[in-house]
Ligand binder design. Structure first.
Ligand code: PMP
Length: 334
């Protein structure tokens, strides 16, 4: 057979735009995390999405639905969103060449995601971190106000759009089921908006899966306590993208079967361990979820079950924080 003929056989259709490459992320067994456990800890590699995080899934879905609903018009609408950075990047990927983008981010977030957003041509407005969610200067209220002030703006509003959950119900949840068959014992993730956990958990439940749904929550967040129906005073913490000082509307806490709270130090040390031992550079929310998965796995009876952990983004977004020795020293993390 000629080389040309062989090539024709092997050819798969090229992606039509970067959004064509979103999703269908692989599972990766993390040996350093599974070490000494009777179960397998499998990372869902969301850092392999084209924009580098799980949030590419909702950027694409929300824009497609908003276009279908006639809420936004290419060339005219300015997208405005409150983000820890990753949703902004997911929107930038989906909006490229069609929409202007303005993102509000709290001052807590490291510089890498802001730099990425600016590279994609987005405008970034920083807002104070240690203010209550009702404060007019909070990152969410600032985004709302900016959108209200511009007649051509559309507030993407990931914290309240059902399309956020739908993206995960229709993609992430289906993938987890297909990739684990009947052997799935648990799905472990943190909650930012709750879109990922709620969407995946609903899909698992609707498919009849008995898998446990484990919330990984940073110490300082109010969410794990909220699941237990306990009020909790919020306190600052360093892990970006998950946890928070209010319970987001999309987070269906009744789906959660187990909660594990994780300190900044434990989450950061886990990131360093998987980088060193598995060669995988993940973000702090992934480190937090991996610590939670390991603790949960210890209490899970039997052997050989699969525990899927959301690896929401990659470590290159945290080079000046988690992966910087001076930053760690400043936080008292050794
Ligand atoms: N991890 C990281 C790093 C994130 O940026 C986010 C989104 N804020 C999440 C996890 C949580 O995803 P969700 O909003 O779907 O709860």
């Amino acid at each position: 057979m000629s080389v040309a003929a062989e090539r024709t056989d092997a050819v798969t259709a090229p992606a039509r735009g970067l959004v064509g490459l979103v999703g269908d992320t692989p599972l990766l067994e993390l040996r350093s995390v599974s070490d000494g456990l009777p179960h397998r800890i499998l990372g869902k590699c969301e850092f392999l999405n084209p924009g580098g995080s799980v949030k590419d899934r909702i950027g694409h879905r929300i824009l497609a639905e908003a276009e279908r609903a006639g809420l936004i018009t290419p060339g005219r609408t300015r997208l405005v969103e409150a983000t820890a950075g990753n949703t902004g990047v997911g929107l930038a990927v989906a909006a490229a060449g069609r929409y202007r983008l303005t993102c509000t981010m709290s001052s807590k977030m490291g510089p890498e995601k802001e730099a990425l957003l600016r590279a994609w041509g987005a405008e970034v407005v920083r807002c104070p971190y240690e203010v209550s969610p009702d404060d007019p200067t909070s990152f969410i209220n600032t985004a709302k106000r900016l959108a209200e002030q511009d007649p051509d703006a559309f507030f993407v509003d990931q914290f309240n759009r059902d399309w956020n959950v739908a993206a995960h119900y229709d993609s992430t949840g289906v993938e987890v089921l297909e990739q684990t068959g009947g052997n799935l014992a648990a799905f472990v993730a943190g909650v930012g908006t709750g879109g990922t956990l709620t969407g995946v958990a609903r899909r698992l439940r609707d498919a009849g899966s008995p898998a446990r749904i484990v919330l990984a929550d940073p110490v300082g967040s109010v969410l794990a306590a909220a699941v237990a129906g306990r009020p909790q005073q919020a306190a600052p913490y360093s892990i970006e993208g998950i946890g928070g000082d209010f319970v987001p509307a999309l987070f269906d806490s009744e789906l959660v079967t187990d909660t594990v709270t994780v300190s900044d130090a434990d989450a950061v040390r886990m990131c360093l361990t998987v980088a060193e031992r598995d060669g995988v550079l993940v973000g702090g929310s992934s480190g937090c979820a991996l610590v939670a998965a390991r603790r949960f796995a210890r209490s899970l009876p039997g052997a050989g079950r699969d525990i899927v952990v959301l690896l929401a983004d990659g470590g290159d977004r945290y080079l000046s924080t988690i992966y910087d020795a001076d930053w760690r020293r400043g936080k008292g993390i050794s």
